[in-house]
Ligand binder design. Structure first.
Ligand SMILES: [Zn+2]
Length: 164
């Protein structure tokens, strides 16, 4: 299942990408273009715009009501019954997690430490072992403290959905 977030839903788009879900998001995009991408790429539209939805078949969109990105994520998971099982103690088994660039939505490649040694701080090279690179923006990702904070936030949301 592929998604498309309207330009009010940037944070939600990042959450969905963190979970490995293919999610289109771009700011400053016209409704016409957005609907074109929906059809061409067969995406479900997530939107806060109750005018836009009048132009979409009911099964192809979800009208997002909450302002909170966490509540928005819960609504999407619930509506589409997404499998978001997330094992916080064993992240390597959560393979889809962080497989995508949060900025571009592209699937990142594993990259050897040797190849990026000149591109990240020596401290990072010393303390981290696995790295990924986005093929589009060339950003390098690793499981640093920022990553762990994001996982924690995501896990809280996911666990709340599961325990309901
Ligand atoms: Zn990227």
């Amino acid at each position: 299942m592929k998604f498309l977030c309207d330009d009010n839903l940037g944070k939600l788009a990042k959450y969905l990408r963190m979970l490995g879900l293919d999610t289109f998001f771009r700011i400053d995009i016209s409704d016409a273009k957005l609907l074109g991408i929906m059809l061409k790429q067969n995406r479900i539209v997530l939107t806060r715009d109750n005018q836009l939805i009048k132009r979409i078949e009911p099964e192809r969109y979800l009208l997002i009501e909450s302002d909170s990105p966490e509540e928005q994520l819960k609504a999407v998971v619930k509506r589409f019954d997404l499998d978001v099982s997330l094992n916080i103690d064993d992240l390597d088994r959560s393979r889809m997690l962080f497989s995508r660039c949060l900025e571009c939505n592209d699937v990142c490649d594993d990259v050897d430490k040797d190849e990026i040694i000149d591109e990240v701080f020596p401290y990072i090279i010393k303390t981290q072992d696995s790295f990924k690179r986005c093929p589009s923006c060339r950003r390098i990702f690793w499981q640093g403290s920022h990553y762990k904070d994001m996982v924690k936030k995501l896990a809280d949301v996911v666990n709340e959905i599961r325990n309901r």
